[in-house]
Design a protein. Sequence first.
Length: 250
Amino acid sequence: MYRLKKSLGQHFLKDENICRKIVELVRERPVRQLLEVGPGGGALTKYFVEWEGLDFRAVELDLEKIEYLTKKYPGLQDRIFHQSILEIGKPFEGRFTVVGNFPYNISTEILFRMLDWKEDIETVIGMFQKEVAQRIAAGKGSKIYGVTSVLLQAYFDVEYCFEVSEQSFNPPPKVKSAVIRLSPRKEVVLFRSEKDFFSLVKSAFNQRRKTLRNAVRGLFSDTFLREDQFLRRAEELSVEEFAALTFDMR
């Protein structure tokens, strides 16, 4: 068997009903190439290795788990990358789907890694700490709507799929979990540049209790900052409104 390693934030999914629900989410759309992040003990992997016609690969940092999985599923030999998802190169040529019970300590960083591959991402289906999943899916006006919400929603439609009990894992985490699905937006958000967009969003939410006039001072001319729209706070602006403002930045 294998050992659980707290240093890697390992909480392995053991609830077969939840496993099947995640697999069904993957099956809802055509998939030719699939990357699993952090297969661990293989709770999801066992479904994918039997999927006919699927080019399946996985990325796992824990060598012990790789040895366990390749012994149990010989077909996985040379299909598991012994690396961090944050350091791996693009795993496929062309479009692919990503799925995983993401390590909670780096789950947000994993999603920003997905932005690096956004041109080729078909879907991302991931297990997250509930509060993180809610933040990613939050809309404007919500107190948890923030930088992560806006930057990811500029590229992806976010679907909050279902919640998962602590008892669905071994060992049980101290937090509840939730599964979300990210799909490329059908309507492209237009901004002057990605650099300007990221800079504006981060500046606006860095002082989220202040009005935009004070939070983003320095990014716009004093004359433009006098407009009424700058009396609002960051959480009141939609993704599209942030994008539109980039065309008026200095």
